[in-house]
Design a protein around this ligand. Structure first.
Ligand code: PEP
Ligand code: MG
Length: 561
C-alpha cells in the first residue's frame, strides 16, 4: 500500500480505479515547419485522418449522450471535419507549415471569425479551439484533453479542475475527485461538494499513478491509499451505510436548544436551485450568477439574464434568495468583463470592480434582477462581490435602489471589508462572508495552489478573527444587520458550529452538505457553540483550532465526517 496524504475537502470513503485527466495540449511552436523531406500531400492526408478520427470519436459519444450534451457533442463532431478549418490548414501545409501548427493557426482564424459574427456563431468559437486541441492530440498520439471517457465509473485524478471542466463532468461516472494541486477553497473542492463526491486535494504525487490503479479515498481524513488492504475495504463498505443517513435534512437548521440558524444553499442556476429545494434548503444564500454565463464571450441580454434569475427565484417561492452580481475574474474569467493579460488576476479588476472598467454591465444586471424579482414570489436580496470600502457599499446600494432592489448587501471577502464592517453595514442591509476569498486574501495564499493548502484554510485563527470582527460590526450601535457565511467554511460541520458560536446568522453551502451540517449543529447548544468558537480563536494554529474543536464533537467521528 502506498499513501498520498492530502487535504480532505468532501467526505466519503470509496474504493475505485483511477483515470488521470490528460494534461492540456501545448501550442505547437510558432513557425514550426514540416520535417525535412516530408511531403505536404502526405501531411495533409495525415491531418485529414486525424480530423476524421476526432469526428468519429465525438460522434460515437454523441450517440450515447442525451439532452444538451448530445447536441453539443454532435455540433463539435461536425466542427472537426469542417471544410473551412481543414482547407485553411491545408493551405498552410502547402507552404511548408507543420500539420500541428497549421491546424492550430487555422483553428484560431475560424474561431476569430465566428466570434466576429456574434450571437450563436460566437458561442461556437470555443468548440473550434477544443476541436483543434483534439486533432493535435491525435496527431501526437497522446490522450485527448478533457474528462476521460469510460464506460465504468472511475476516480478522476487531475492536477486541478477549472469551473469549465464541470460542464462535461458526469457525476454518475465519477466516484471521487482527487487532485495533486488545488486548495480546500479551490473550485475542485466546491464542485466535489456540490456533486456529493468524496474529494481530496493537494495530494502530491497522485498524478503520477498509472491509469487503472485501485485506490482508497477518504474525503474527510484527506487520505489516499493505492492498492488498499482488507481493512480499508471494510471501511469503504461501512461508509456506504452512513452515507444514506446523511442524505436526510429536516428543513430547519438549529442548535440543540432551538437557536435557529437557517441553512441555505449555494447555487449556480435553476437546476441547482430545484435540487436544493428538494433537499430541504431553507432558501438560497449564494446564487453565483456568473456560473450561468461562464461559456459566454458576449454580455447576455437583460431578458436572457432575467430568465436565468427567475428560474432560481421560482424554485423558492416565499423564501429568501441572495443573488450575487457577476463575480468575474481570477479563476472565473468572463471574456466580456475581464482582461486575460492582467498580471495578478486575484488582485485585479474582478467582482464589483469590473464596474470601474466596463461600466453599464452591472446596471444592466441589476435591471434584469429587478425585472425577474417583480415576476416572482421569492424574497430577493442582492449582494456585490469583492467590496473593499464603505464608499463602494454606498454606491452599490444606490445602484440597487435605482433598479428597484430593496435589500442590497455586500460580500465580505476582502480583509478591509471585515475590518470596516461597521461603516460598511451602515450603507447596506446585510453582509455575507465569503470565507474562500477572505482566507486567500488574509493569508496572502492563492486558493488554487496546492502547496499553500496549509495556509489556505478558514480554520486559521486570523480568518476566524475577521469573521468575529464582521459580526461585531453588524451589531454595533445604530444597527443590527444579518451576517451570513456563504464560503466553503459553512459546509464543514465542525466549522459551522464555530461560525454559529461567533454569531453568524445563516450558513449557506452546497445543498449536499445541509444534512451533515444540520446533524452536527443540533448536537450543541448555542452556549456550547460559543465556547467552541472561543476555543478555536485561542488556538495558536489552524491545525490545532480544527483538532481542538473536533475533539469536542464526537458526533463527527460517529458519522465519518
Ligand atoms: C467566497 O469567496 O467565499 C465565495 C463564496 O465566493 P467564490 O467562492 O465564488 O469566490
Ligand atoms: Mg469569492
Amino acid at each position: 500500500m502506498q499513501n498520498f496524504p492530502g487535504v480532505g475537502v468532501s467526505p466519503g470513503r470509496i474504493i475505485g480505479t483511477i483515470r488521470q485527466m490528460p494534461k492540456p495540449i501545448s501550442e505547437p511552436l510558432a513557425g514550426e515547419r514540416l520535417p525535412e523531406g516530408a511531403s505536404p500531400e502526405e501531411a495533409t492526408a495525415q491531418l485529414k485522418t486525424a480530423a476524421k478520427a476526432v469526428h468519429d470519436e465525438l460522434k460515437e459519444r454523441a450517440v450515447k449522450a442525451t439532452g444538451d450534451g448530445k447536441a453539443v457533442l454532435e455540433a463539435t463532431a461536425l466542427m472537426a471535419t469542417d471544410t473551412m478549418l481543414i482547407k485553411g490548414a491545408g493551405k498552410l501545409i502547402a507552404r511548408g507549415t507543420s500539420a500541428e501548427r497549421a491546424i492550430w493557426e487555422s483553428g484560431a482564424s475560424v474561431s476569430e471569425m465566428l466570434l466576429n459574427l456574434g450571437g450563436y456563431m460566437a458561442e461556437r468559437a470555443t468548440d473550434v479551439l477544443d476541436v483543434r486541441a483534439r486533432i493535435v492530440a491525435e496527431l501526437r498520439g497522446v490522450p485527448a484533453p478533457g474528462i476521460p471517457e469510460s464506460d465504468n465509473p472511475f476516480i478522476l485524478v487531475a492536477e486541478d479542475l477549472a469551473p469549465a471542466d464541470t460542464a462535461t463532468l458526469d457525476p454518475n461516472k465519477i466516484l471521487a475527485l482527487v487532485t495533486a494541486g488545488g486548495g480546500p477553497q479551490s473550485h475542485t473542492a466546491i464542485i466535489a461538494r456540490s456533486l456529493g463526491l468524496p474529494a481530496v486535494v493537494a495530494a502530491v504525487g497522485v498524478d503520477e499513478l498509472p491509469d487503472g490503479t485501485e485506490v482508497f479515498v477518504d474525503g474527510a481524513a484527506g487520505a489516499i491509499t493505492a492498492d488498499p488492504d482488507e481493512s480499508l475495504r471494510s471501511s469503504a463498505e461501512a461508509w456506504a451505510a452512513t452515507a444514506s443517513l446523511l442524505a436526510e435534512f429536516s428543513g430547519t437548521g438549529s442548535t440543540a436548544d432551538g437557536h435557529l440558524v437557517p441553512l441555505l444553499a449555494n447555487v449556480g442556476g435553476a437546476k441547482d436551485a430545484v435540487a436544493a429545494a428538494a433537499l430541504g434548503a431553507e432558501g438560497v444564500g449564494l446564487f453565483r450568477t456568473e456560473f450561468c454565463f461562464l461559456e459566454r464571450d458576449t454580455e447576455p441580454s437583460v431578458e436572457e439574464q432575467a430568465a436565468a434569475y427567475k428560474g432560481v427565484f421560482d424554485a423558492f417561492p416565499g423564501k429568501k434568495v441572495v443573488l450575487r452580481t457577476l463575480d468575474a475574474g481570477a479563476d472565473k474569467p468572463l471574456p466580456f468583463l475581464t482582461d486575460a493579460t492582467e498580471p495578478n488576476p486575484a488582485l485585479g479588476v474582478r467582482g464589483y470592480r469590473t464596474d470601474f472598467t466596463t461600466p453599464g454591465v452591472l446596471d444592466r444586471q441589476l435591471e434584469a434582477i429587478g425585472l425577474a424579482a417583480k415576476g416572482s414570489e421569492a424574497d430577493v436580496w442582492v449582494m456585490a462581490p469583492m467590496i473593499s470600502t464603505a464608499e463602494e457599499a454606498a454606491r452599490f446600494a444606490s445602484m440597487c435602489a435605482d433598479a428597484g432592489i430593496r435589500t442590497p448587501g455586500v460580500m465580505v471577502e476582502v480583509p478591509s471589508a471585515a475590518l470596516t464592517a461597521e461603516a460598511i453595514l451602515r450603507e447596506v442591509g446585510f453582509a455575507s462572508l465569503g470565507t474562500n476569498d477572505l482566507t486567500q486574501y488574509a493569508m496572502a495564499a492563492d486558493r488554487q495552489l496546492g502547496p499553500l493548502a496549509g495556509l489556505n484554510t478558514p480554520w486559521q485563527p486570523a480568518v476566524l478573527r475577521l469573521v468575529g470582527l464582521t459580526v461585531e460590526g453588524s451589531v454595533a450601535e445604530g444597527h443590527n444587520k444579518p451576517v451570513g457565511v456563504c464560503g466553503e467554511a459553512a459546509a464543514d460541520p465542525a466549522l459551522a458550529v464555530v461560525l454559529t458560536g461567533l454569531g453568524v446568522s445563516t450558513l449557506s453551502m452546497t445543498a449536499r452538505s445541509l444534512a451533515a451540517v444540520a446533524a452536527v449543529l443540533k448536537t450543541v447548544t448555542l452556549a456550547e457553540a460559543q465556547e467552541l468558537a472561543k476555543l478555536a480563536l485561542s488556538a495558536p494554529s489552524a491545525a490545532e483550532a480544527r483538532a481542538w474543536v473536533r475533539a469536542k464533537l464526537p458526533v463527527l467521528e460517529e458519522l465519518g465526517l
